[in-house]
Write a protein that binds this ligand. Sequence first.
Ligand code: ADP
Length: 249
Amino acid sequence: VSNPDSAREPAIAVSDLSFSYPDRPAVLQGVNLNIYPEERVGLIGPNGAGKTTLFLSICGILTPTSGDIGLFGNPVVVGEFRPEIGFVFQNPNDQLLLPSVWEDVAFGPQNMGMSEDEVNDRVQDALSLTGVEMLAERVPHNLSGGEKCLVAIAGVLAMRPQLVLYDEPSANLDMRYRRRVINFLQTAQQTILISSHDLELIIEVCDRVLLLDEGRIIADGTPQQVMANESLMNAHGLEMPHSLRLHHQ
Ligand code: ADP
């Protein structure tokens, strides 16, 4: 076997996935991809390419029109809660619902039926990994956008997922919080898939990039291979990132 990956169980296995919203043209058109444990993969593409739809399908929120999705060898069942899969929404307000940060981060492990000690351990750990222990007693609603983003990530980490999907993790962050999120992602222990228009973030965090357009995977390679291909990027409504441009001169 020449490909060493073929012996491993993919974290995400998508085959021939198509999806249409009712009475609309197909948004995903035969997507095939395998993502292996410990990979950090960036998903790029213009607005409307189908990135969010692909994420919602992988998370079991949308029912595919056709095709198969497996996570760690088990098929995705729509509506089924899989604690090993985390999803960080683009807007942290969609995720932060309880009266204190501590309670919010504890919600996942509590729902998984963990003992109080285990819940406390996990909350402590998650707040420390994201560097927001000092916010534990705060009201999530009153936090800054950057603080909310880190707390939302902590809430997902508290479930100790093996795979985390991030939808636009740096959207609306100032430079300081964007840096904190990048630093966190670079050291994160999970398999990660990040959808983002922040190509520099993807270059810093990911070892592999998928380019999606019109519901199809157009390119799959290292950030260099995909993003330094200026004509490919331009053909799909994307600009080659500045850091790669400098590299090439
Ligand atoms: P991206 O995340 O890459 O911007 P989306 O997956 O959000 O792309 O959208 C892909 C296409 O599906 C777009 O044309 C969008 O208008 C359409 N779309 C997204 N959500 C819905 C919906 N709930 N109902 C109908 N069409 C939708």
